[in-house]
Every structure is written in C-alpha cells, then in structure tokens.
Design a protein around this ligand. Structure first.
Ligand SMILES: C[S@@+](CC[C@H](N)C(=O)[O-])C[C@H]1O[C@@H](n2cnc3c(N)ncnc32)[C@H](O)[C@@H]1O
Length: 266
C-alpha cells in the first residue's frame, strides 16, 4: 500500500470536502486502500504524483470520485418512505394535482434502486389511470453508479426486500443469476450526473425529493446549506425524505417535521 503523508492527506480531504461535500477526515486508510490499484496502474510511488494528475485530468478526477464515494443501496430500503408515498403523497396528489404531472427527484441515487422502487409504487397506484406523468429524475456524482443504474442489472441481495409480485412482474433472471429490471420501469427514470454542491440547474420545482443516506458524509454546515437548497426547489406542499439516521436541524429552514426522516414544505 502507498501511504499518504499528512500534507497529501490534508490536501486531498480539503479538496474533496470543498468541491463535493464529502468529509473523509476519518477515512485515511479507506483512501489508501481504495486508491492503491489506481496509483499502481499509473506506476506512481506517492500520492503527490496522483494529486498532480487529478488537477489536470478531469477523467482521472472522475475515477477518484467513483472509487471514494460510498454507494451501498438496495430495493425497498427504509420502506416507510414508500408506504408514505403510497398512503399519503399519492392520494393527496390525486385529489389536488389537476395537471397530473408529478416531479420527483432521487438525489444521490447510487445504482438506482431507490428511484426504481418509487416507480413500482406509482405503477401500482396509478394502475387504472394511465394519464399521469410520474417520471423520476435520479442523480449522482459518481458516473460509475449511474452507468450501473442505467443498465439495471442487480444481485439477488439487492432484491431481498422486494415483494414477490414485483419481483415476478418487473425482473428477469439473467444467465449469471442476476436480475434485470424491465423496460417498463427503466423508462420512467432519467439518470444524470449532478454534484449537489453546485447550484441546482432546474427550471421547475419538485413535489418530492429523496435525499437518503447521502448527507451522512457531509458536515453540519454543508447539510444545512443543502437542506436550504432542497427547501427552495420544492413546491409548497412538497416533501423531503432523508435517511432514518439523518436529521434536519431545527431553525435551518421552515420545513415542517411530519415524522422521523419526513419533512413537508408548508
Ligand atoms: C449510500 S448512497 C445512497 C443511495 C440511496 N439514496 C439510498 O439511500 O440507498 C450515497 C450516494 O450519494 C452520492 N453522493 C455523495 N456526494 C454527492 C454529491 N456531492 N453530489 C451528488 N451525489 C453525491 C454518492 O456517490 C452515493 O452514490
């Protein structure tokens, strides 16, 4: 393993935190372990050589982000959010939303399971009414996970919480014992690369934002700034879902607390 000097570690951690929000201050060993094969491939013997490379080569910077982001996810993770979508949000929309367009964003979508699960919930809910447009925007900083999300092929482990009727209806087993998601679900999700630290590029606002298990890697100030941006980009009456281990600090914004990890823009 190639070890980071204190100066190299500080430079890398500061750069990643400033540009991507991710705080790796306690992850020195993780950086050394995950970057080892990349440094070895280039024949580098120090991180200084690698830091110089990422400064001039955006593709290499991208490789580093692919390596250093934590992307664990699975279908039906934290199922209360999908229940709340089905039992509260969608009935409310059905009653009040006359143009029948729902705008949903999975921010920090990783390999797509969160967005695809939400589509399955909506397919069930709107089964008898095909006039609704509920395509989901799903974004992440890592191009590697976005490619996998677009491919839509998953391990049995990732499907462990999926209800049997959904597994039957929406997945096909591949020859390598994985599960390929159906086109019917895939076509409802648009995947794009987006860095949550940058100004949002949207022209219209959202009815629901999932940003679950993304901010755990951010410090408090970064979280507060991002939550303010989510508040501004939600429609009045829109909801924010965060991970169950995360919180929105009171006084940062006017979000109304509904229940753990569910917030409403009143
Ligand atoms: C653990 S996954 C969460 C996946 C899913 N939301 C869930 O709850 O299962 C966190 C994702 O956040 C992404 N991420 C981290 N920092 C980001 C940033 N600044 N902009 C966009 N995505 C980011 C990572 O690449 C990673 O795929």
């Amino acid at each position: 393993m190639i070890q980071l000097t204190d100066a190299e570690f500080n430079e890398l951690v500061t750069y990643i935190k400033k540009n991507y929000g991710i705080n790796l201050i306690k992850k020195r060993l993780l950086i050394e372990a995950r970057m080892y094969s990349v440094l070895a491939k280039h024949g580098f013997t120090s991180f200084t050589e690698y830091i110089n490379l990422i400064k001039r080569d955006p593709a290499e910077l991208n490789t580093m982000l692919n390596k250093l982001t934590t992307n664990h996810t699975y279908f039906m993770r934290e199922p209360r959010h999908f229940e709340f979508l089905k039992d509260v949000i969608l009935p409310g929309q059905k009653q009040l939303n006359k143009n029948k367009v729902l705008k949903i964003w999975s921010a920090g979508c990783s390999t797509g399971e969160e967005a695809y699960t939400a589509v399955m919930v909506m397919k069930d809910f709107f089964a008898l009414d095909k006039t609704w447009d509920y395509r989901i925007l799903a974004t992440d900083i890592s191009t590697h996970v976005l490619e996998r999300a677009k491919l839509g092929v998953y391990s049995p482990e990732s499907l462990k919480n999926i209800p049997a009727p959904w597994e039957k209806r929406y997945f096909k087993k591949t020859s390598s014992n994985e599960y390929a998601i159906s086109e019917e679900i895939k076509r409802e999700v648009i995947f794009k690369r987006l860095n949550l630290m940058e100004p949002f590029p949207f022209r219209s606002r959202f009815d629901l934002i999932f940003c679950r298990n993304v901010m755990i890697y951010f410090d408090q100030q970064t979280k507060n700034n991002l939550i303010k941006k989510f508040y501004d980009i939600l429609k009045p009456g829109g909801y924010l879902f965060i991970g169950h281990s995360e919180t929105v600090q009171r006084d940062t914004v006017d979000f109304k607390y509904i229940e753990p990890s569910i917030y409403l823009k009143g």
